[in-house]
Every structure is written in C-alpha cells, then in structure tokens.
Design a binder for this molecule. Structure first.
Ligand SMILES: [Fe+2]
Length: 182
C-alpha cells in the first residue's frame, strides 16, 4: 500500500513551530541530526551484535557492557530523532535509511573472541565519537546551542564507553590488536 503524504502542514521544508530559532538554523540542523541518527542506529545494533556473540574469559563483563552501550545508544537515538522533530524536521530513523547513511564501518560478523570484540567495539565507538564531536561544532556554527549541548552529552558518553571497552584490552597478550583498535 502506498501512503500519500499530506503536504498541508509543511511549509518551506519545515513543519510549523513556535520555536524561535531562525528557520535557516533549523533547516541546517535537520540533515546533521539525521546523519548522526543513522550512526546511532548502527552503533546500537553493532553493540547488540557484540553483546550476543562475544565469547571468552571476559564474557560476562563484556556481555553486560555491550548491552549497556546498546541501551545508551537507544536513549541517544531518541534524543537525536526528537530534536529533529522539535526543530520542525522529519526524523528519518528506519533501519533501511540508517544502514544506507551510517558512516561507521560494518561490524565484523565472523568474530567471537572477546579481544576481537573489544577491538571492533573500540573502533566503532571512536568513529562514532569523532562524528558526534564534529556535530557539536556544526551545531554551534549554526547557532543551535541546545543541540550542541545534546551532542556534547552524547560524545561524553561515547568517550566513557570507549574507555570502559578499551580497559578490557589485553595489551600484553595482543599487541597487534592494540594497534588495530587505535
Ligand atoms: Fe541480551
């Protein structure tokens, strides 16, 4: 079934709102929010992939930690999507669009060893944090300090989880993986 969108409520690409941020600022923010929404959807499922498949000596700690990362990503996904709508935009948050737009590397499907998951999840969190940090600056430049603050909160969480995950890296036993994760 094809749903025909009802155009009446949309003016100048934005939905009407009394939000006093200039339309130009809000229009500029929507694609930035949707780009990071796609990354967040991807990160959430990458963390679940790690949560389900990790094996090894650190199983229970990492199994729980990866689930915590997925839960945090779920909260951040909601913050980012709802911010886009608050600004008069459309949150584009389907799995299909998330998969197409995400800038994260695909999570490896063939790994199970805990150290391999530590390396893969560290790389994902670092790439995610870098893009969220860029979004802080982009929001600031567009004059949207509220979104800059939201992205600051999210990047702080990404840094914290990167620290938690990297702390499981067995640096003595796996010097090669240490390089891979950096
Ligand atoms: Fe679970």
């Amino acid at each position: 079934m094809k749903i025909v969108p009802h155009k009446r409520e949309v003016t100048n690409e934005l939905h009407h709102t009394h939000n006093d941020l200039p339309a130009q600022t809000r229009t500029g923010m929507i694609p930035i929010l949707n780009a990071r929404l796609a990354d967040t959807i991807d990160l959430l499922h990458q963390a679940k992939q790690a949560h389900w498949n990790v094996k090894g000596r650190n199983f229970i700690a990492l199994h729980k930690l990866f689930d915590e990362i997925a839960e945090a990503a779920d909260e951040h996904m909601d913050l980012i999507a709802e911010r886009a709508v608050q600004l008069g935009g459309v949150a584009e948050g389907t799995i299909q669009i998330g998969a197409r737009r995400s800038e994260l590397e695909p999570y490896p499907l063939e790994i199970s060893d805990d150290q391999d998951h530590v390396a893969a999840m560290s790389a994902a969190l670092a790439a995610y944090g870098k893009r969220v940090r860029q979004a802080i600056d982009q929001s600031d430049e567009l004059g949207d300090k509220d979104t800059a603050d939201m992205f600051t909160e999210i990047s702080r969480a990404a840094d914290k989880y990167l620290w938690f995950v990297e702390s499981h890296l067995d640096r003595e036993a796996h010097p090669a993986r240490r390089r891979k994760a950096s």
